[in-house]
Design a binder for this molecule. Structure first.
Ligand code: GTP
Ligand code: SPV
Ligand code: MN
Length: 665
């Protein structure tokens, strides 16, 4: 049982009343603003007697843990969340009063709110995301490793008293349908009501999840504080702000004891701990140990004109098109795409050796900019009510707007920071990483399978990124090993979803660079090893909607037109079409990609599939350098596939030269 395991992993430092305080208070808290930490360590305060930590329905392991966290963080009150509408209404009303939320116009956007975050708290902070494993090599060269004991001590310092003057909410949740065979349970404590209401939308949160935790249940403890206490160690108070956070941030993971600690941010992936922290970083480590996969993937059900069904999972890096593909409205007649998930898939081999997947989430935390009636009408319909928007612009009539929502740009707005904005302002009205939080049940294309605890059989896995050059519109890996190589070789231009330089090309293997909870080379090996666990492994494809012409424009119209690529993938799965080999994979034969009615010049279509041997050889040289970071741990299958592609390119180069000599004769 995890609760017990967790206790053993901690080292008790102080005893106070009947509460074991595991984390020392000697390191001063570092709050933002005027509140300064007390120079001398204050005496341990008595736990306030009005603090009601007990909860009749909760397993004692949960109560004991909540008590420990409360003793450390010293909130004024503890509230156990039940996930009810009444609770949601109470918290949102409170946040409107506090200025955290703006209630949108009840006719234009019923039941909806706008949150404006602090300008310093708008995206994931990868530089402050830590993996604390006992051995450094278990975190691997792509993660920020921390020694667990030292990190625990640091965290003890920052969490000590961090909830003073605030309410601590206990948020029990299930990732996946409660009680399902692929599902997992967790409990987040947080001093952010915004995190509470978001967790209610994004997970199965509340009484049912809590009731599912019994004495022998594994559950993941997740501690979250925005790090803005309202009272300091010597009792001085300060006023709250609309979006409390702290310049000092920690997004900390202990994959071995399956624990999460997040400090200093109220935003998205930093604060909704069921999402990236649990469902990807902790769950990927669980998957390694237990033989399954936790992936940054959308999940869809595709039905072809003959009513044949296919399930596809696709990994694209952050803000690279998962939500849009998940809600695809096919332009090809007779095809339908239904949404199961848009960000995370948990996949495990079933008794028949097929890969079964669920979406562990219950809602969508999606990118607003670029979402419009012409690009993603399904999402636009989904967003017509009961949404929490974060960092979008506010219209004069109390509705929301963002770049790409409509062709016509409003004359006047309040931008994402609440400042007057006009088209002449020269800055984006919505933050590029502005997001919506909405229940999956509101999605017009949602599939009934979202609530099937058994999941769906995955027929194909797609990998993609934002690549202006080299990577073809679609290609198929000839076998599983080549498919794993394809996933491992994903690189993509950086987006606003995390801090960093937007547009900069970086390796993002399996779209999991920021999310793998253990060594990336071990992760590659785990993927390779899945072949032996599967009687029918999914086919693997690479896609790229983002290739550009010399003039900088996208060569492919994308969005609904991506159904043409999906149709070719399904035709391959059904064995209806052949394919043409290239050095980097199999591509559609002439005529097999349905371009009927598509307004794309023939030379652009050719360019979308061009494999330039010189450019690709350079790409492989660079990839080899990247792979070298993993040293001896890099699986030989990947080195072998790299050599194979290299040889094929050399042959292609020779072919090309010979052809050029002929044509110039
Ligand atoms: P995360 O939630 O960060 O994991 O992102 P995501 O992968 O779900 O990305 P999303 O679908 O929200 O897309 C991000 C941006 O890419 C949006 O601005 C989209 O409009 C844009 N985008 C999505 N699909 C396409 C496409 O086919 N072509 C082009 N040109 N842009 C696209
Ligand atoms: C991503 O960055 O991949 C997201 C958004 O899906 S966040 O939840 O903030 O990580
Ligand atoms: Mn994501």
């Amino acid at each position: 049982m995890l609760g017990r395991r967790t206790r053993n992993h901690h080292r008790s430092r102080r005893r106070h009343a009947d509460v074991t305080i595991e984390l020392t208070r000697d390191v001063p808290v570092q709050p933002t603003g005027a509140l300064r930490p007390a120079p001398i360590p204050a005496p341990l305060p008595q736990q306030p007697s009005r603090l009601r930590v007990q909860h009749a329905g909760a397993d004692p392991s949960v109560v004991a843990w909540v008590r420990k966290v409360a003793a450390l963080t010293e909130p004024d009150a503890v509230v156990w969340c039940d996930g009810s509408q009444e609770e949601f209404d109470r918290l949102t009303t409170q946040m409107v009063q506090a200025g955290t939320l703006v209630r949108l116009d009840e006719d234009l956007r019923p039941g909806s709110f706008l949150a404006r975050s602090a300008p310093t708290d708008v995206a994931r902070v990868e530089s402050r995301t830590f993996i604390a494993s006992h051995r450094r090599e278990d975190a691997g060269p792509t993660n920020n490793w921390r020694e667990p004991t030292a990190l625990r001590e640091e965290l003890a310092g920052v969490f000590a008293g961090s909830m003073r003057g605030r309410t601590m909410y206990v948020v029990p949740f299930s990732m996946g349908p409660v009680g399902g065979p692929i599902s997992q349970l967790g409990v987040q404590v947080t001093d952010s009501p915004y995190a509470v209401v978001s967790m209610r939308t994004m997970t199965r949160m509340g009484a049912d999840a809590l009731a599912a935790i019994g004495p022998d249940t594994t559950w993941v403890p997740a501690v979250h504080s925005v790090g803005y206490p309202l009272v300091d160690a010597v009792g001085r108070s300060r006023a709250d702000v609309a979006w409390p956070c702290n310049d000092l941030k920690y997004i900390a993971h202990f994959p071995e004891s399956r624990e999460i600690f997040s400090f200093g941010s109220g935003y998205g992936g930093n604060a909704l701990l069921g999402k990236k922290c649990f469902a990807l970083r902790i769950a990927s480590a669980m998957g390694r140990d237990e033989g399954w996969l936790a992936e940054h993937m959308l999940l869809v059900k595709v039905t072809d004109p003959q009513q044949r069904q296919f399930h596809l999972a696709a990994a694209f890096p952050s803000a690279c098109g998962k939500t849009n593909l998940a809600m695809l409205r096919p332009t090809l007649p007779g095809w339908t795409v239904e949404t199961i998930g848009d960000d995370i898939a948990w996949m495990r081999p079933d008794a028949d050796g097929r890969l079964r997947a669920i979406n562990p989430e219950a809602g969508f935390f999606g990118v607003a900019p670029g979402t419009g009636w012409s690009t993603n009408p399904t999402a636009m319909q989904m967003l017509d009510r009961d949404v929490i928007f974060t960092n979008v612009a506010l219209t004069d009539d109390g509705d929301v707007w963002w770049e790409g929502m409509t062709e016509e740009v409003p004359e006047h707005l309040l931008d994402w920071q609440g400042r007057d904005w006009t088209p002449a302002s020269g800055t984006p009205a919505a933050h590029p990483n502005a997001r919506f939080t909405v229940s999956a049940s509101q999605c017009p294309s949602i599939a009934a399978e979202l609530d099937d605890p058994q999941g769906v059989v995955v027929d194909a896995v797609l990998f993609g990124g934002r690549r202006r050059t080299n990577v073809p519109l679609v290609s198929q890996a000839p076998d599983w090993k080549a498919g794993v190589f394809l996933g491992a070789s994903v690189s993509s231009e950086q987006t606003a979803a995390a801090e960093g330089t937007v547009g900069q090309l970086r390796h993002d293997p399996f779209a999991m660079l920021p999310f793998a909870g253990y060594d990336m080379a071990d992760y590659f090996a785990h993927w390779l090893g899945m072949e032996d666990r599967l009687s029918q492994p999914p086919a693997v494809f690479g896609v790229n909607w983002f290739r550009r012409g010399d003039d900088g424009r996208f060569l492919w119209p994308g969005f609904g037109e991506n159904s043409r690529v999906v149709a070719w993938i399904c035709a391959r799965l059904a064995g209806r079409v052949g394919a043409v080999p290239t050095p980097v994979g199999l591509v559609p034969a002439a005529g097999d990609l349905d371009v009927t009615g598509l307004d794309v010049p023939a030379q652009d279509l050719t360019a979308l599939f061009a494999v330039d041997p010189a450019a690709w050889t350079a790409e492989l040289d660079e990839l080899e350098t990247y792979f070298a970071r993993f040293g001896d741990k890099l699986p030989r299958d990947l080195t072998a596939r790299l050599a194979e592609v290299r040889d094929a390119l050399r042959a292609a180069r020779w072919e090309q030269r010979r052809w050029e000599e002929w044509t110039t004769d």
